[in-house]
Design a protein around this ligand. Structure first.
Ligand code: DOR
Ligand code: ZN
Ligand code: ZN
Length: 446
């Protein structure tokens, strides 16, 4: 037989170790892993010269925008950024214009994405107004629901415990999880108003408004509600040590709960805001050193289940607004997440196995992404090839994302994604996008 692609002289992460071997790919799947002499022939034969091959990385928290927010990012630029960052699958957030919260908005969004994406893309939906529509949205292929608690975004009344319980029950019965941004709207609004009334519009006021309490309150409330259902609740971007502790307790009590940490909460702290300024303003905000340490503990101990970039692109103008309350919150992260993590692997803070667990194995399990998460015969040929010896400085002007800024600008990193293969197709080769728009696949929950 002639295989679609053969990679030789690779170091492959599989079965929790690194082995020297070759990989044959055919029909978008991993056909064979083994000795070079056992590989089928192929016209596309790459000598990887001992580069490390990881199961394709999955970023379960990405705002791809497009539609009414295409000026910030679109499906092409966002998935090009993913490929450039070594990410083969992204899950897209629903706070779009229009908000993804119905069969129609989801179907339309998928239709637009189909012709543009370069990597695999799955979609979250916000809950609809009418809970009888939840099933239809799941039938349309949503990978999960997103519940934004910091302000009303979707159709579910965030002030009604009863409505949340009912929605959770339906999602639970369908075996679908809800990912949540846990900041308590009422407490946050009260804090914000207090500062606005005395004319404060500086970053410190923003930090104080988004107090630890704002996060913990929302986490506690959601846990209490989820407990009355059997739905899997997934906490996005846990940012405080206290919030993480609350989630750990819930996990210990046996609740079906998982959580995410983001690179910006792990690699930056509130102190960096002084240096970086409003570009690093995000929600939840950067926290104190104590919180950062607490999050690292949770990452290392396995309490944090996944790492997600929370890639949230905006224009520079939006990031540089005078008043902090006008600054658009969020940080582009697709092109810095893996290099930052690999740098810590080089330094010995985490292992390559941790990176694979947090960004491939666990997300594939949590979001039930079939045939992903592990490099093995028969699985999808989604592969991230990295060079652990490449040292360079983050240069946001070279991002494929439309958002050409980064709070990590100028930071020296060690370890770089050099090839991204999606369903057997080479998409990124040495920073260059080499696949056609639309070559990525839409992931629909089955
Ligand atoms: O920083 C953030 N950016 N937090 C959010 O909750 C939303 C996100 C965005 O969409 O920009
Ligand atoms: Zn969020
Ligand atoms: Zn987000």
């Amino acid at each position: 037989m002639i295989a679609d692609m053969v990679l030789v002289n690779a170091k492959v992460y599989m079965n929790k170790g690194i082995i020297d071997c070759s990989v044959a790919i055919d029909g978008g799947k991993i056909f064979k892993v083994g000795r070079e002499t056992n590989m089928p022939k192929s016209d596309a034969r790459f000598d990887l010269k001992n580069l490390l091959v990881l199961p394709g990385l999955i970023d379960a928290h990405v705002h791809l925008r497009d539609e009414g927010k295409a000026y910030k990012e679109d499906f092409y630029s966002g998935t090009a950024a993913a490929a450039a960052g070594g990410i083969t699958t992204v899950l897209d957030m629903p706070n779009n214009n229009p908000v993804t919260m119905s069969v129609e908005t989801l179907r339309n969004r998928i239709g637009i994405a189909e012709g543009k994406v370069l990597v695999n893309v799955g979609f979250y939906s916000e809950f609809p107004r009418d809970k009888s529509e939840i099933q239809g949205i799941v039938g349309e292929g949503a990978v999960g629901f997103k519940l934004y608690m910091a302000e009303q975004v979707g159709g579910l009344d965030i002030h009604s415990d009863q409505a949340i319980i009912e929605a959770f029950k339906v999602a639970g019965s369908l075996g679908v999880l809800t990912a949540t941004h846990a900041e308590d709207e009422q407490t946050l609004k009260r804090n914000e108003d207090k500062f606005k009334n005395i004319g404060r519009n500086d970053i410190n006021a923003f930090l104080k408004a988004h107090s630890e309490d704002v996060e913990v309150k929302a986490i506690e409330r959601l846990l209490k509600l989820a407990k009355q259902t059997d739905m899997h609740l997934h906490f996005c971007h846990v940012s405080t040590e206290a919030g993480m502790k609350t989630i750990i307790e819930a996990k210990k009590s046996g609740l079906p709960v998982t959580c995410e940490a983001t690179p910006h909460h792990l690699f930056l702290s509130a102190g960096d805001l002084k240096r970086v300024g409003s570009l690093a303003v995000t929600m939840p905000p950067l926290r104190d050193k104590r919180d950062v340490d607490g999050l690292w503990e949770a990452v290392k101990n396995g309490w944090a289940d996944v790492l997600g970039s929370d890639h949230a692109p905006h224009t520079l103008k939006e990031k540089e607004a005078e008043s902090v309350w006008e600054v658009k919150v969020g940080i582009p992260g697709l092109e810095t997440t893996l290099p930052l993590l690999l740098t810590e692997v080089r330094r010995g803070r985490i292992s390559i196995g941790d990176v694979v667990r947090l960004m491939s194995e666990n997300p594939s399990e949590i979001f039930k992404l079939k045939n992903k998460g592990r490099l093995k015969e028969g699985n999808d040929a989604d592969l991230t090839v990295v060079d652990l010896n490449r040292k360079y400085r983050v240069d946001a002007s070279k991002f494929h994302s439309k958002a050409k800024f980064s709070p990590f600008e100028g930071r020296e990193v060690e370890g770089k994604p050099v090839k991204t293969i999606v369903a057997g197709q080479l998409v990124m080769d040495d920073d260059e996008i080499v696949a056609k728009a639309g070559s990525g696949r839409i992931i629909r929950r089955e």
